[in-house]
Design a protein around this ligand. Structure first.
Ligand SMILES: Nc1ncnc2c1ncn2[C@@H]1O[C@H](COP(=O)(O)OP(=O)(O)OP(=O)(O)O)[C@@H](O)[C@H]1O
Length: 268
């Protein structure tokens, strides 16, 4: 598998801070992988993903995307073309005067033809249920609709990597499910996904789980491996997933439940 994103011994300290926000981060993300990143508030998840598309630079260490270093300003355009990012706060991503214009903005910046941009706009807005609002000013949209609009703009650019940074936090449960379906479809099409979430139950859709604790990587493995050790979650200030908590309670009461891996084998 091709290396898509490489962080080599990255340390980061914000200018206004005394302490390190990220410490000793080495991470390689491979093409087509779905990596979910969790960790307590302030553990450095957003900081880590902002490094990936060159929005911020490490104090020490290196970050490269498709072999191109983010510290070289000449590479940033290409990196941002390859790596789409949907932020937690959709409001900050709105630039167009109408929903359609906003969706097309990123595409115009990377030189997509107006005809192609129009077709992609229609496609993504229909997919996200926003097409009926295409001529509305984005500022009149609800919080959840604005988040969907931010997702639409990134999908329309057809990047090879998409970072979702808590980008479904304002969506209702049906819309969250819809975005997960879109993410699964992107994954099937070998788009690399980096998903930052505070919803612990969402980890099981990922190929790989990274748990952050105080600016460091506490765990890097499959969600099933993590589920075998509730300490992975509790040490990082997280409530373990429901299934893990239930298993721990059953164990305390002397009941023997099958391990996650045994359940999966039984499923096949
Ligand atoms: N621009 C900044 N300047 C100074 N400190 C910052 C800046 N951005 C983030 N921080 C600090 O860095 C730490 C990590 O923040 P970050 O947003 O990366 O964490 P997070 O894991 O994404 O948190 P959350 O789950 O709460 O969104 C926090 O202590 C935060 O206050």
């Amino acid at each position: 598998m091709e290396n898509v994103i490489t962080l080599k011994n990255v340390w980061l300290r914000y200018d206004s801070r005394q302490d390190w926000t990220l410490r000793e981060i080495s991470l390689t993300i491979y093409e087509g992988e779905w990596l979910t990143l969790v960790g307590g508030n302030g553990s450095g998840k957003s900081t880590l993903v902002r490094l990936i598309n060159g929005l911020i630079q490490p104090t020490l260490g290196e970050v490269a995307v498709y072999g191109k270093m983010t510290c070289d300003p000449q590479h940033l355009r290409n990196i941002r073309q390859n790596v789409g990012m949907v932020f937690q706060n959709a409001e900050n991503q709105i630039v167009g005067m109408t929903v359609r214009e906003d969706t097309a903005f990123g595409m115009y910046n990377i030189g997509v033809s107006p005809e192609q941009a129009e077709a992609r706009c229609r496609n993504v807005l229909q997919m996200l249920g926003l097409y009926g609002l295409k001529d509305h000013p984005p500022y009149f949209l609800s919080g959840g609709e604005k988040q969907k609009l931010a997702i639409a703009g990134v999908l329309a650019m057809e990047p090879k990597v998409i970072i979702f940074d808590e980008s479904t936090s304002m969506l209702d449960t049906k819309s969250v499910q819809q975005i997960h379906q879109i993410m699964s479809e992107l994954h099937r099409n070998r788009i690399t996904i980096v998903h930052v979430t505070n919803e612990i139950e969402e980890i099981f859709t990922a190929d790989r789980l990274v748990v952050m604790q105080k600016g460091m990587i506490r765990f890097d493995g499959t969600p099933q491996e993590a589920a075998g050790n509730s300490g992975v979650f509790t040490d990082s200030g997280l409530l373990p997933p429901f299934s893990v908590r239930m298993r721990d309670i059953a164990t305390q009461k002397g009941l023997k439940l099958p391990a996650m891996s045994e359940l999966e084998l039984a499923d096949q």
